[in-house]
Design a protein around this ligand. Structure first.
Ligand code: MBD
Ligand code: FE
Length: 287
């Protein structure tokens, strides 16, 4: 038995985990322990601060419900989700539309609508979103699923409303023979991340504004291709450069054209955005 001290404790922990049969699990937890121990030494974490950190994480867990995922939000405001996606997007040879963050308000069960249909319910559509889904060689992909969701005129998602009962400003569309999708909607509003939970408290304590630039979320998928979770951000939004969750990258910024002769929906301003999917086998290392 040796005397444990602030240096040798790390090796003792790693040794005890060294029989982990799953190699990837071993690699991940090993590295995690080493980095966290270094972090604890680096900031000289006190017992009180450890308790406070654990209380914070407990609070993050308690804030999660079936309509809100505070842990996702935490990984986003720390830039972790964007880092993971940025690495995954670089694997393989084929080019695809970059990934952007999912956000805490994704709902898998949404209505499938006719091409060109509206996701705004009783409201008057103001705007068309359309574009083409192609493979890495710009060949159209027909029957690709295009899932879209966005905030309303007040910057809220349907599920954030107390009276929420059914899907609003969400829909799934399938591309036509030419790989085209189109839908009618309204302009999404710039948006604050939920500030009433522990992650919001952290962001406030850091004097960050908590805003996201106006955006529309998409998940585009088709058999034989990797699906892409992404979002389109509106040009000229004041928060493009300082997104609280680091979702914006240059190639995901789109502009609304007041007149667009090639839009399949006439009479409405239009935002064209084309999606490129990488083939499923373009890189066997990622799924
Ligand atoms: C959002 O709308 C969002 O997209 C993300 C990532 C986080 C909080 C709110
Ligand atoms: Fe969002």
């Amino acid at each position: 038995m040796k005397e444990l001290d602030p240096q040798n404790i790390t090796g003792v922990v790693v040794d005890q985990m060294s029989l982990t049969p799953d190699r990837r699990l071993r690699e991940i937890v090993d590295s995690l322990v080493k980095h966290i121990h270094n972090f604890v030494r680096d900031v000289r974490l006190t017992p009180e601060e450890l308790s406070e950190g654990l209380r914070f994480l407990t609070d993050v867990g308690h804030t999660c419900t079936d309509k809100r995922q505070e842990f996702i939000l935490l990984s986003e405001v720390l830039g972790i989700e964007t880092l993971v996606y940025a690495m995954a997007d670089r694997l393989g040879e084929e080019h695809g539309t970059p990934t952007s963050i999912l956000g805490p308000f994704y709902m898998p069960d949404i209505p499938t609508l006719e091409l060109g249909g509206s996701i705004v319910g009783e409201r008057k559509p103001e705007l068309a979103f359309y574009g083409q889904v192609t493979d890495a060689r710009r060949q159209p992909i027909r029957n690709a699923s295009v899932e879209v969701w966005q905030t309303d005129e007040e910057g809220l998602y349907d599920v954030q409303r107390p009276e929420y009962s059914e899907s609003d400003l969400r829909g799934r569309f399938y591309t036509n023979e030419a790989g085209m999708y189109s839908l009618q909607s309204i302009l999404p509003l710039g948006y604050s991340i939920p500030m009433d939970g522990p992650v919001g408290q952290l962001v406030k304590a850091q004097h960050r504004h908590g805003m996201r630039p106006a955006h529309v979320h998409y998940i585009v998928s088709a058999p034989g291709f990797k699906s892409v979770t992404t979002a389109i951000y509106l040009k000229d939004d004041p928060y493009l450069e300082t997104d609280t969750v680091f979702g914006v990258t240059e190639s995901l910024v789109g502009a609304v054209a007041e007149q667009d002769a090639s839009s399949p929906i006439l009479g409405l301003p239009a935002l064209r955005f084309d999606f490129q999917l990488r083939s499923d086998d373009s890189n066997p290392r990622s799924s």
